[in-house]
Design a protein around this ligand. Structure first.
Ligand code: 5CA
Length: 437
């Protein structure tokens, strides 16, 4: 992509409404534009990151045996009356009336709808287990939307729902999601710690929140310091195997959100206790037959009798993750994207657009990187070098390739790693093979 053609409305000034780095940089880097409180448009740069995150989530869900579908954003009120959550959800639910005066709502979550789909299509215990997920926009009329997309009113969530014939099966499904979450967040360069949590309006009695430690996090969290050093299960993890020992390892040390804090435990842990703030990027729930009972979701069991389906639900804040990654990875100059979610891998800076030698070298590098499948943003604008450097640092691409007349005389260009700040003068060929390799 040529920057001269790209829609990248960056801001020089710090917008007043931004209180935390991720909100500030997302606005300044032209990633999002507010439409109304807690509701944002995703501009091309932000949208690209969102799609990368969505794709990582998809790959890890699929790897764990889940199947993707897509449910609508608008739901009928009747489903929520069946589960008794229509009134309970209160003002946080956006209620809509259609032209026939039917009560509808913009979904804040999908337990009812997925239960309805499954009860209408699955009859026998032989068709279970199943785990179905989608990545769809949700609406929650939050009292205090803040920090940009971090606590939005409209936000993108991945929500998965598991269906099993008994509690043991449901626990296996829960464990798969637990492990898949560890992998998902690690692939984005995040350390997200599973912590015992309250279940709130979703219900049930077993739940973990996945928290990224950050000073700007909204919740206070506590954990044993050793958890921060645990290894992440690798790609070869067998989701058909017994994952209980792995989950036990992660859950036997103390790690809780503030509602579950235990002062006696804190005293006992002493120096081993980490007290921090955290951003909730995921939340998993086991709630048994709460919805299947209320909505009559049963299957015929092995003995020919109807049994209630055991369920869990598993959320990831896909749009929130964009903010969480920036909170975890930035400096005073801007964002530092981990390569896995970077909107482009390389930014080429032409230090003298219009100069024949510079233009030719840039065009050549741009073409070769693209041919090799590397995503490149080429700053071909007629602008001062200083402004181009500042802009490239702000948008945080992992690698910068700086091409100017002075270096070119000796056949050299500079590459800079955004994260380490390390620079190297290389021949164009060496630079390309480093970035392509
Ligand atoms: N049905 C369950 C799981 S599928 C559920 O709704 N869980 S949740 O309420 O915990 O939301 C799942 C995730 O969505 C949260 O962990 C959080 O990362 C994200 N999320 C929740 N509310 C917001 C919000 N207002 N803005 C951005 N992300 C949010």
């Amino acid at each position: 992509m040529r920057l001269s053609h790209y829609f990248l409305p960056t801001l020089k000034e710090n917008p007043k409404e931004a209180q935390i780095a991720s909100h500030l940089y997302m606005l300044r880097a032209g990633m999002i534009r507010q439409s109304s409180a807690g509701i944002y448009s995703w501009l091309p740069l932000g949208f690209k990151v969102l799609k990368k995150i969505e794709q990582i989530v998809r790959e890890e869900m699929d790897r764990a045996g889940c199947q993707e579908l897509l449910m609508p954003t608008i739901q009928p009120a009747e489903l929520w009356q069946e589960s008794d959550r229509y009134d309970d959800y209160g003002k946080e639910m956006l209620r809509i009336t259609d032209r026939h005066d039917r009560n509808m709502l913009f979904g804040p979550t999908n337990e009812e709808m997925i239960t309805d789909i499954v009860r209408g299509s699955i009859r026998s215990y032989k068709d279970l287990p199943k785990n179905l997920y989608h990545q769809q926009w949700k609406f929650r009329d939050e009292v205090r939307p803040r920090f940009g997309i971090m606590r939005g009113r409209e936000f993108l969530m991945k929500d998965a729902y598991s269906f099993d014939i008994d509690a043991e099966g449901a626990k296996r499904s829960y464990n798969k999601m637990f492990v898949a979450y560890l992998r998902t967040f690690a692939r984005m360069g995040l350390k997200a710690i599973p912590m015992a949590a309250d279940t709130g309006p979703i219900g049930g009695d077993l739940s973990h929140e996945f928290m990224v430690l950050a000073e700007t996090g909204e919740s206070e969290v506590f954990c044993h310091k050793d958890i921060l050093e645990f290894d992440i299960p690798d790609e070869s993890t067998d989701y058909q195997a017994d994952l209980q020992p792995l989950v036990d390892k992660w859950t036997e040390l103390y790690a809780v959100t503030d509602e579950k804090a235990d002062q006696a435990e804190h005293a006992k842990l002493g120096d081993d206790l980490v007290t921090a703030r955290g951003i909730e990027v995921g939340h998993i729930f086991y709630f048994g037959d709460k919805y299947s009972k209320a909505m009559g979701a049963t299957v015929v069991g092995p003995e020919g009798k109807d049994i209630l389906i055991e369920m869990g639900s598993y959320g990831i804040g896909v749009s929130r993750l964009v903010g969480a990654i920036i909170e975890a990875s930035h400096d005073d100059d801007g964002i530092i994207w981990p390569e896995a979610v970077a909107p482009f891998k390389v930014g080429i800076i032409n230090l003298r657009a219009g100069d024949d030698a510079c233009d030719a070298a840039c065009e050549d590098a741009y073409a070769k990187l693209q041919d090799a499948g590397v995503e490149v943003l080429y700053d071909d604008r007629d602008e001062r070098g200083g402004a181009k450097f500042a802009n490239m640092d702000l948008i945080g691409l992992p690698w910068q390739m700086v091409i100017g007349p002075r270096g070119l005389k000796d056949g050299k260009i500079e590459i800079k790693n955004r994260a380490s700040g390390e620079k190297a003068e290389l021949s164009i060929e060496d630079a390309l093979s480093k970035l392509i390799g």
